[in-house]
Design a protein around this ligand. Structure first.
Ligand code: C2E
Ligand code: CA
Ligand code: CA
Length: 641
């Protein structure tokens, strides 16, 4: 089949020009996205535009060959062939950037791309003389063997694209991958159509791909936060991941508004949004080379380039601004404060994931220690984050291998003179970290949600212990189990507890659950529902660590507690401090009057035992009697009574 260029239907190319011009207008009208892929996209747009422009020019020149002359026509045709062959190369280059593969950093790959372009240029330049790639005779376009090399490069590029899409599919995200693949398939089909049937649809299809890419990937709307008009958090991830690949030093400043919930509550969400917009605007106006991102609801993040010495200067400017009021839409002046955290990369964090951990950690320290102050990550013990990660790993491993162990600490009944109960305390030993305290790993398990599964494992172990060691035949009436607030907010928590008890034939009276004050303070409907259902079922409830929080009498009055466990630090204090001794005595008197049973924790010696029994504690728990011990040892303790 021969290709008579004068007959080419240019409608596709005109449409392509229209689309491309439209995208150019969008591209230059919108805010720049500071990523290398955004620049690579522009190169792709320009190449496609050139390819289309030369195709239209060459076709018209073919029609008016007599006027323009063969040589100039042939030169334009060569340029068109070059441009259209560069499209797959620039596209592949762009796709690699999009998949977080920095071509410019990998020298061999960079060289390969240069070679591909050079081969195109050499073959087509020599073709002007040698005619080994294509010829144009009698109004028709003939392909020769040299063109096969160019097609070969195209096929390689398609291969690289496919591999990139498969390897980096996570980065492209499913939503964006679907439309991209769809248009891409059409692009390849158009290429085949153009080569085999001489229908010039390639440029149109590539511009359709560009349009899809603009819509999903390159338009600033997808990376901008609508409230503050600054870059959004998703984009921050993309930007910083690229930034770490560049191997340069840069600074990150987190600006976290203090008590912003209060502003929202008092002045309304609309005013709150407006104030956040103002803060974002102010940060963006700071005169340094930086980018501003909205990190979370009331947090911003500045990424500072080049000169890290500017950091303290910026800190001063930000702090100075917060010494003056901000204004609501109705011109009400509002004083706000913000905590700042300074992080230097890569010295404080070597990767994006590490940076996020450092950000979270420094913000939590900043909020705890000095609201409105400045925290430098380099002054913090960042090893704590690593330690936390190591513990998290150890917890997962122990759960997978069923290596969590439950120890039992006996609780002495003053009335009966025997151990009438015990507290179940979880123990974890890791081959690398050794024994890990529950005080360290429980909060981590709560943060990542593992506590729900862990709590069930512990409950099962306790029930199995009660059944296998026939605890009902000993002096121990029930076992106290610590329950985390995270477990109590699970909708099916009460049902799961009942199921496990039934599975091991354990009566509800043999179980007591301990919850802390903080659980009751933050209690939701679900928490109350779970508690009430368990109490109705027959399980008793203890308030743990009483006195360590803000001992709110209201909760004692309105929750179905049977036991109150007084925090060991309160007990210890009462022996050291006269006033603390008096408050404890009156607290015990009050709890007794309320007909609540009292457990004193942390009983460490004879003197403590005597006094606490005298002032009215019903149960005593502490190292004076025994530390928490393994099952067998606990049974030996009971037998030795
Ligand atoms: P907690 O519920 O207040 O548990 C009492 C803690 O005090 C235990 O520490 C216990 O070993 C310790 N203790 C008891 N008597 C004495 C004493 O006389 N002197 C001293 N110095 N310490 C004493 P442990 O086992 O390290 O547990 C720490 C915390 O970890 C517990 O505090 C509890 O909040 C949590 N925890 C332990 N096991 C579990 C569990 O199975 N589930 C949940 N959710 N939390 C648990
Ligand atoms: Ca406890
Ligand atoms: Ca306690």
């Amino acid at each position: 089949m021969e290709d008579y260029m004068t007959n080419w239907n240019l409608s596709f190319d005109y449409a392509a020009i229209f689309f491309l011009l439209l995208i150019f207008i969008w591209y230059f009208n919108e805010r720049k996205i500071p990523l290398r892929s955004h620049k690579a996209y522009l190169v792709l747009l320009i190449t496609t535009f050139m390819s289309t422009f030369f195709e239209i020019s060459a076709t018209w020149m073919a029609r008016y060959m007599d006027v323009v002359g063969y040589d100039s026509f042939y030169a334009v045709l060569t340029l068109q062939t070059l441009a259209i062959n560069l499209v797959p190369i620039t596209f592949t280059f762009y796709l690699l950037q999009l998949g977080h593969y920095d071509v410019l950093k990998h020298k061999a790959v960079h060289f390969f791309f240069r070679c591909c372009i050079a081969v195109n240029v050499i073959i087509l330049t020599l073709n002007l003389k040698l005619r080994w790639a294509f010829t144009f005779e009698d109004g028709a376009y003939h392909v020769s063997y040299g063109c096969m090399v160019l097609y070969g490069i195209d096929v390689i590029m398609i291969g690289i694209c496919i591999v990139t899409i498969i390897r980096s599919r996570v980065n492209f995200q499913f939503l964006r991958l679907g439309p991209l693949l769809f248009t891409l398939c059409f692009g390849i089909a158009a290429g085949v159509l153009q080569v085999l049937a001489y229908i010039p649809t390639v440029n149109l299809m590539v511009s359709a791909v560009c349009m899809t890419l603009f819509h999903y990937q390159q338009n600033a709307g997808t990376v901008t936060d609508m409230v503050t008009k600054q870059f959004n958090r998703r984009f921050m991830g993309e930007y910083l991941q690229n930034k770490f690949m560049e191997n340069k030093t840069f600074g990150v400043i987190v600006v976290a508004m203090d008590d912003f919930k209060f502003i929202n509550k008092t002045y309304g969400v609309e005013n709150g949004d407006n104030l956040l917009y103002q803060v974002g605007y102010f940060l963006n106006e700071l005169k340094v080379s930086k980018l501003v991102f909205r990190l979370g609801s009331d947090q911003f993040c500045l990424v500072i380039d080049k000169n890290l010495d500017q950091m303290s200067e910026i800190a001063d400017q930000i702090r100075e601004r917060f010494h003056h009021p901000w204004f609501t839409e109705t011109q009400t002046p509002i004083m706000m404060s913000a905590s700042l955290c300074f992080i230097e990369c890569p010295s404080d964090a070597q990767s994006y994931d590490a940076l996020i951990d450092v950000m979270d950690y420094s913000m939590s320290i900043a909020k705890k220690t000095k609201k409105g102050g400045i925290t430098f990550a380099r002054d913090l013990e960042l090893s704590k984050i690593r330690q936390e990660k190591a513990i998290e790993k150890a917890v997962k491993l122990a759960m997978d291998r069923d290596e969590l162990v439950v120890y039992y600490q006996p609780i002495f009944s003053v009335d009966k003179g025997v151990y009438n109960s015990a507290e179940a305390l979880v123990r974890l030993h890791d081959s690398e970290l050794g024994w890990i305290s529950p005080e360290d790993f429980i909060p981590i398990a709560e943060k990542n949600g593992l506590i729900v599964e862990m709590g069930e494992i512990i409950l099962e172990k306790v029930c199995k212990f009660i059944r296998d060691f026939k605890l009902s035949e000993t002096t121990v009436e029930y076992i106290e189990i610590n329950i985390s607030p995270v477990q109590l907010v699970q909708l099916n928590f009460a049902d799961r507890v009942k199921e496990i008890l039934k599975k091991y034939d354990v009566r509800p009276q043999q179980i007591n659950i301990e919850i802390t004050e903080t659980t009751t303070i933050n209690s939701s409907v679900v928490v109350h529902d779970n508690i009430n259902r368990l109490v109705d079922y027959g399980i008793t409830l203890s308030l743990d660590d009483y006195g360590s929080g803000n001992a709110n009498i209201d909760y004692i009055n309105h929750m179905p507690f049977k036991l109150i466990k007084i925090d060991k630090y309160i007990i210890w204090d009462s022996f050291k401090n006269h006033k603390a001794g008096i408050t404890l005595e009156y607290t015990i008197g009050m709890l007794n009057a309320l007909e609540l049973f009292i457990v004193a924790e942390g009983v460490e010696n004879e003197e403590m035992k005597q006094r606490l029994a005298e002032v009215g504690c019903h149960y005593l728990q502490g190292w004076y009697y025994s530390k928490a011990v393994p099952e067998q040892e606990f049974i030996r303790l009971l037998n030795a009574q």
